[in-house]
Ligand binder design. Sequence first.
Ligand SMILES: *[C@@H]1O[C@H](CO)[C@@H](O)[C@H](O)[C@H]1NC(C)=O
Ligand SMILES: *[C@@H]1O[C@H](CO)[C@@H](O)[C@H](O)[C@H]1NC(C)=O
Ligand SMILES: *[C@@H]1O[C@H](CO)[C@@H](O)[C@H](O)[C@H]1NC(C)=O
Ligand SMILES: *[C@@H]1O[C@H](CO)[C@@H](O)[C@H](O)[C@H]1NC(C)=O
Ligand SMILES: *[C@@H]1O[C@H](CO)[C@@H](O)[C@H](O)[C@H]1NC(C)=O
Ligand SMILES: *[C@@H]1O[C@H](CO)[C@@H](O)[C@H](O)[C@H]1NC(C)=O
Ligand SMILES: [Ca+2]
Ligand SMILES: [Ca+2]
Length: 938
Amino acid sequence: MPSGSAVLCLLLLHTGAHGFGILPDEAESHLEITERAILNVTVQVCRAIALAEGTDFTPPVQPFTVENVAIACNTPQSSKTFRQAIQLITLMNVRVDIRHALNASFHFDDENFIQGRKIITAGLQAVKASNKQENYEAARQKLGEILHTLQDFYSHSNWVELGKIFPNPNLIRSDTSVGNLTDESTATCRSCDGDDCTNNILEVIINEQILISGYFGIVPLVSVKPKGKCSHGGAVDQTSKLDPKGGINKDTFSSNHGHLHTAAANMAVAATSGLLEDIRGAAGDKEFLQMVGISRGSSKALCFVVDTTNSMRDDIEAVRSVTSSIIDSEVGTENEPSLYILVPFNDPEFGPLIKTTDSAVFKTILNTLQESGGGDDQELSLSGLQLALSGAPSSSEIFLFTDAPAKDTHLKSTVMALIERTQTVVNFFITDSVVVNRRRRRQTRRLSASDAQLYRDLAQMSGGQAVEVTKSELPAAVSLITESTSPSLVTLLQAARNPGKAHNFTFIVDETVTNLRVYITGSSITFTVISPTGESQQSSDTSGSLISASQSVGNFKSLQLNKQAGMWEINMVSTNPYTLKVIGQSSIDFLFDFVEVSQGPFGGFDALDTRPRAGVNGSLLVSLTGSNSATVTAVSLVESGAEEIRGVVVPQGSGNFLVQVDRIPSGEFSVQVKGRDDSSSSSSSSIIFQRQSSTNFRGSNITITADSNSILEPGTPFSVPFSVMTSGTGGNFTIRATNSRVFDSTSPTSLILETGKRTNGTVTLSAPLNTPSGSDVTLTIEAEAPDRSDTNYIVLRISIVNTVTDFTAPVCERLSLQSNCSENCSLSSWSVSVRVSDGADGTGVDRVTLKQGNGTMNTSLLPGNENITLVSYNSSCCSPEMQLQVVDRVGNVGSCSYSFREGSSGALSAAIRVTLSPLLCFIMVVFGLHKLTEVGIK
Ligand SMILES: *[C@@H]1O[C@H](CO)[C@@H](O)[C@H](O)[C@H]1NC(C)=O
Ligand SMILES: *[C@@H]1O[C@H](CO)[C@@H](O)[C@H](O)[C@H]1NC(C)=O
Ligand SMILES: *[C@@H]1O[C@H](CO)[C@@H](O)[C@H](O)[C@H]1NC(C)=O
Ligand SMILES: *[C@@H]1O[C@H](CO)[C@@H](O)[C@H](O)[C@H]1NC(C)=O
Ligand SMILES: *[C@@H]1O[C@H](CO)[C@@H](O)[C@H](O)[C@H]1NC(C)=O
Ligand SMILES: *[C@@H]1O[C@H](CO)[C@@H](O)[C@H](O)[C@H]1NC(C)=O
Ligand SMILES: [Ca+2]
Ligand SMILES: [Ca+2]
């Protein structure tokens, strides 16, 4: 770059965003626009569901919040997963400004309308395909990316200046014109009048309704634009200093067209709502809610990873019986798991991942699970776990059952990476297996200490338990742990000591916490519990008043504490390794991501898909869930046996807090949050609370970057370029690239790194041709230091989508319409029959739903032609209108409306649009609408 130093200086001075802001401030940011639209459409969906079910719906008060919308949807227990989904979508949105800052198409700059729309429509197809496969995580990621581009349109183009009052419907479809475009040689702007840019767009552009956008470039002396073109504007944009000077963006109030900022932001909210409505139409209401993290029941997955080799008969039986009891006691309650996942593993096979929302289906699947084979006495437990970690929703709890060592220990670091990235808790149930020895005697075989240690390590870093029991103890152990899988489980404290060491732990119990429990794993441990009022009870004392129940099985102990708000203490005494975890139920919890403050032109922060940098400062984005009034007062990183590292907390609005710490530890640490809720209904004074991450994280001196916002097409090799750097000692680093679906892949196996210098590599992946569209694959790229003391990784979720060639929605053709409607509507009825087809080149009709109308609808396939759906609708005349929503197999959504009323515009315009040739329209007009409505249009 010729003028590098000048650029650098600019980058340091200007940290505005490009597009609507990416940090909340007084103007509307991408964050706020996205959240407003998601809340808005979610309310519409919940209202429609309530209406369909005949239940009451009380809309939340304005302004909508995650909490009040979750309550209005009758799913308050979903508020954490709802917040989590919105957070992921907004972080992916913001990332576009950081990763693709200078790519004009992502921001509709430089009049790049066709390419900009392509980003939106291709991404939208991927979102729809992912939803169809229930891969909501992948759907959220892609959705965030395309919403950025969609929203930028309203700030960077002249749509608002053209006087439009509705969003541009053609940005989300590929078979239409984006608008009236112009060529490179047409002038669009004049220079602003000093600071006044209110009239800088040429009248001819406005009068002829021509769609334009601003040019943008950040390199002084090098950035150019075609003659006469408008610029984006603002201090960073160098093209705005060239004639015609000034710009047209509406990013903030102080932008050149800042007077239109609010109009543009509102239009962006409406456009985002429109895109979400299109996704809703393609997915269905219930599925849309799942995409945004809302579900009936607990919003939690029940996820089992089960060894199915020969010796596992008893364990499989235990899984069956505990699942049955969970399902039987919780179906229909708010504790019911919203998703059931099973991953079997054996040797040499593992998988597939089986996922269902239907508890009856899950029971059947478990009943057909049979033990067999296994070959030698090591099994592919980590392969099974890797698959489960890639397919389960993030923050899930996984239960793994085995009696054998892992054969695939090389996956340990990959599994750790996935646990850290998804913040999943993994519990291991390790049983003694019974083997027949050479003398034909039955003998109990226990996992060797080193084999068990692998499982213990993974359990401990994930915040789970490694329970080691005999087969006969297993059912008791499983029910002890699974009975606490409640939707609102929170962690108050978790710690581990290895080697064991006496330590006094304290934790705050707040008024909102119920069902307070302590889990301890380890052998020969004694402890004393001390309550906030100073009462104490020792582990050996069975008659004390603090511990209301205590159960032990194998190396695992569960205590139930009598609730008392305030500071508790537990004094652990042991020389054996142990883990300690204090949990309870509460609606108040927190979410967080490690983020990196961007060095790019627009500042902002980007969520990390890697371990944070060790030894240097770092940032976290923390948000509280379950309360509108709670606030974060302190965040610290807790390293085992070391001093806590306290962060500086800066509120960001929308319930988000940016936390900056001076140093990310090199060793294992967890994240502890303390906070206060001043306006709680359950107490007059304020509530002081404490929560801790389940997951234990690590920092690293290695940084890995890779980008993969493109889409993997089955049958076509897909490249993922990455780069690795270390701030520690260089050398020959080991590189591992692992994908969750065992797709063919190539990657370097080592890279020579020099301290502080980036080194590039490429992973290629190929999905077999028969991979279903909408699947996803998790790719983990790891780099390990030569002495194996330091590892980092990047975890990428890549969507797999087939090329779509069907861009049009199914069409309706009315076959007949009959009515005998009279004055007394309740005594008369009308009916319509409609033929729905997706055309010869279409993918076929997937779904027909009744969007409006109180009548009954029946659908059937045309005998002999499965591509045609026949719809018959009968209704009382009191409900004079009906609307069908028709969706094809790739999610193109259309609608048709009918009414018995003569001249009803909805019915006729739809009919004309979808079925009539111009000649017929003409005939209709000539003959009058009345007649045709009665005879029906064929
Ligand atoms: C294109 O221009 C015509 C005539 O100037 C106008 O009527 C029409 O609304 C414009 N289309 C769009 C999408 O703005
Ligand atoms: C809310 O969403 C609906 C579609 O569900 C849309 O018509 C409406 O414009 C949106 N409201 C706002 C304020 O954008
Ligand atoms: C824990 O506290 C007790 C008193 O409550 C004290 O006697 C003991 O030394 C403390 N243990 C540690 C490891 O600090
Ligand atoms: C990072 O490097 C520093 C010094 O070079 C070292 O002390 C630290 O242990 C390293 N951290 C990791 C995670 O390897
Ligand atoms: C780096 O290590 C790998 C395996 O450990 C080895 O195959 C490779 O030759 C080494 N590269 C160099 C340049 O030493
Ligand atoms: C590594 O990749 C980056 C980004 O793709 C590129 O800019 C850089 O030149 C590459 N470095 C080397 C040494 O190839
Ligand atoms: Ca085996
Ligand atoms: Ca179609």
